[in-house]
Design a protein around this ligand. Sequence first.
Ligand code: UTP
Length: 299
Amino acid sequence: MDMAFHITKAVIPAAGLGTRFLPATKAMPKEMLPVVDKPAIQYVVEEAVASGLHDVLMITGRNKNALENHFDRVGELEATLERKGDTDRLKKVNASTELADMHYVRQGDPKGLGHAVLRAKMHVGREPFAVLLGDDIIDPRDPLLTRMIQEAGKRNASVVALLEVDPSVAHMYGVATIEPTETADVVRITGLVEKPAPGTAPSNYAIIGRYVLRPEVFDVLEKTPPGKGGEIQLTDALEKMAGAPEWTGGVYGVVFRGRRYDTGDRLDYIKAIVQLAVEREDLGPDLRPWLKEFASNLD
Ligand code: UTP
């Protein structure tokens, strides 16, 4: 691996308005919505740490208190559980506190994902870094980010996660124009378009919420005007980088075929909870038979 490609930092944008989840997100960021019994954000921080990224910068917006508190100590709760001798629950409470070296910066106005990532510039410096979105939970048994970091290092390039989606839903994603490489699960990206109009997507390869980026992305983002929805789009900056491999290293995609749970949309969020809960040792044995019975009574 290129020694210049030493990566230690993860950036987690969590400043979106979460309008699809109103009113739940009126006073709380959507990243705090529980997926079974953990907020979505904790899965994401755990994933970063599992990939060796212990320095986590969260980009927060209004209602940031819940996020910061979740990764902080909570004295009276810990004392009460200790007094009761409830070590199991005490362990659960402390797990998020001891996970990573957490940092926070505010986005100010939520002017888009690209704008949120640009807020990480000072903290990240001139190093490659990872971006993880709380909308996607990647099953820890299918280590995507580790694979992406490996490829980014090998190629000294930026790498995004791609998912083959049904053409009918491509307009909800950033979609890539791709070329094969010598590696089966890696493609070279030659173009990108954010949320293409239905029927105009250049492929079925959609970006999901994991990125390994070279610091040149900051230089590009600084010059990226608002795009789709009047927001500064990370996809637009990546499109620029894909077209300028001489100084950005270009952009590659790792095609993910593992288990991913989409929590950004209400219906997919409900599916994610059911999927994850049936597989849990503590809940699955009771949930599975109930679910079968429930399903057989539908209609
Ligand atoms: P989304 O496009 O899902 O937007 O953002 P959103 O506002 O969070 O949710 P909806 O669509 O209104 O329901 C993708 C990711 O980018 C972050 C979000 O927190 C989410 O992780 N984001 C988006 C920011 O941090 N800042 C922004 O200005 C926009």
